[in-house]
Design a protein around this ligand. Structure first.
Ligand code: HPA
Length: 253
């Protein structure tokens, strides 16, 4: 199982037993994360008895990378044998019914970055030129996460995640437009990673930690510090959920 942990969501790492950490700079060819709250290491260990490789800290398009470069950690996880990948992030809630501090299951995504990790020559050994994304996020893993959340008594919303390039946060007009496009949560990372992961055939589960409300008719200023603080609060819930999901995963075929 593979894991990518977003801004402020490092609590999940503490659940990993027999950990061995590899700092980002020791992994040849990987771009380094320059953003506060993105720890920057790969942890190998066990989660609920299952071998896990977990990246803490990811790299983003707004750091000046191409989508292909930003997705190298995901490519690496697949090449190391990961078949089930859990992507997490901190995201703003566009759906007015969703509260800050709540977790949201990603049922689908909109890639609004104008970039793709698949741009350029296709690496046939990794996947097809035109991968199908009609079911990008695994319905089986989503059902598993929902049943585990219910058993733990955790609220888990469901919705569509939209990725924008950032790093600036949204204007009210943009927020209104993204909601009308059908998105429930907004962030700056996960859609391109999902594309790279599906290209390589990994099964995907996505959980957003909703760190702030992002509503056009009552826009409130949002800071990165606030996002980190709220992610820190919700990350204990996220850690419990991911630990339970890891324990309930079917053995990879
Ligand atoms: N917008 C974009 N990215 C984010 C937000 C937001 O409101 N919150 C956390 N990441």
């Amino acid at each position: 199982m593979g894991l990518v942990l977003g801004s402020g969501l490092g609590a999940v790492h503490e659940k990993i037993t027999s950990p061995v950490d590899l700092p980002y700079p020791e992994i040849p060819g990987l771009p380094r994360s320059t953003v506060e709250g993105h720890g920057g290491f790969l942890r190998f260990g066990q989660l609920s008895g299952r071998p896990v490789l977990a990246f803490s800290g990811r790299v983003h398009l707004y750091e000046g990378l191409s989508a292909a470069e930003a997705c190298l950690p995901v490519r690496l996880l697949s090449l190391l044998g990961v078949r089930t990948l859990i992507l997490t992030n901190a995201a703003g809630a566009l759906n007015p019914l969703f509260s800050a501090g709540t977790l949201m299951l990603i049922t689908d995504h909109i890639n609004l970055t104008g970039q793709s990790p698949l741009t350029g020559a296709n690496v046939e050994a990794w996947g097809p030129r035109f991968p199908d994304l009609s079911q990008a996020w695994s319905p089986e893993l989503a059902a598993l996460a929902q049943s585990q959340a219910r058993a733990l008594g955790l609220a888990l919303e469901r919705g569509v995640y939209i990725q924008v390039p950032g790093p600036q946060l949204e204007t009210a007009a943009e927020t209104r437009a993204y909601r009308q496009l059908g998105a429930d949560a907004i962030g700056m990372s996960t859609a391109i990673e999902a594309i790279a992961a599906r290209h390589m055939g990994m099964k995907l589960l996505g959980i957003s930690c909703l760190t702030n409300k992002n509503l056009p008719d009552c826009m409130a200023a949002t800071s990165h510090q606030e996002v980190l603080a709220m992610a820190g609060k919700a990350s204990a819930d996220l850690a419990r959920l991911i630990e339970a999901v890891a324990g309930a995963l079917p053995d990879p075929g």
